[in-house]
Design a protein around this ligand. Structure first.
Ligand code: BG6
Ligand code: MG
Length: 216
């Protein structure tokens, strides 16, 4: 049986993608770069600097490290302003019951988010008490699709990777889970998340019994 379930946060448990989009859109507007909601899809699961680089490439803009760091910090300021308005209402449908069913099934629960704001997002969403461990993205060397953050979670929870199941809405995240040697559950479109062992369209549709049967 599985010992631990490790969840991505943005797009799996919390509806925060919109807040990230609005903050990046503000930066793009300030730079005169056209940036649509469609463009934003490519930023799912991508870390802060990687996201900025993607937007700069859209605009064909080349900036030095100092300018890029200033923009990334400015975006985070906008995001933190928006985060102040986040409440329990921004928890995705089914997320709370998924966490409590997993806990009732005897699993330890971890969060493997690329966001350096993960702890604050969990607090705003009222989910802090619902999980056992939150990985610190700032201390992880290689971002998704590298397995590092999922392995850090497993290790902190005292679980061997083969005894873990990971949940992700981003293709890079599913790749990270598989690279960690874990069972991967995708949340979203099955063509985009083809590498996952099992895919559900939304968090609310996750059938935990089917997931638990994937345990080796
Ligand atoms: C991921 C989000 O979880 O975290 C991305 O899907 C975001 O959109 C990334 O860019 C980094 O977040 P933060 O809060 O560290 O800027
Ligand atoms: Mg995500």
């Amino acid at each position: 049986a599985f010992r631990a379930a490790i969840f991505d946060l943005d797009g799996v448990l919390v509806d925060s993608a919109r807040l990230h989009f609005v903050a990046w859109k503000q930066i793009a507007d300030e730079l005169g770069i056209v940036f649509s909601e469609h463009d934003n899809e490519a930023l799912k699961g991508v870390d802060r600097m990687g996201s900025l680089d993607h937007i700069l490439a859209l605009g064909g803009l080349r900036l030095d490290v100092a300018a890029r760091e200033e923009l990334a910090a400015r975006k985070n300021g906008y995001y933190l302003d928006a985060l102040a308005t986040m409440t329990r209402a921004d928890v995705l449908p089914g997320a709370l019951s998924l966490l409590s069913r997993a806990r009732t099934a005897g699993l330890l629960l971890g969060i493997a988010s690329a966001s350096r704001n993960a702890t604050m997002v969990l607090e705003r969403a009222g989910l802090s008490g619902a999980v056992d461990f939150v990985a610190d993205a700032g201390k992880i060397a290689r971002s998704k699709p590298a397995p590092d953050i999922f392995l850090a979670c497993a290790s902190a929870l005292g679980a061997s990777p083969v005894d873990c199941v990971g949940f992700e809405d981003a293709a890079a995240g599913v790749s990270a889970i598989k690279a960690a040697g874990m069972v991967a559950v995708g949340i979203g479109a099955s063509d985009i998340l083809a590498e996952a062992d099992l895919v559900f369209e939304t968090t609310a549709q996750v059938d935990l019994d089917r997931v638990l049967r994937l345990s080796s």
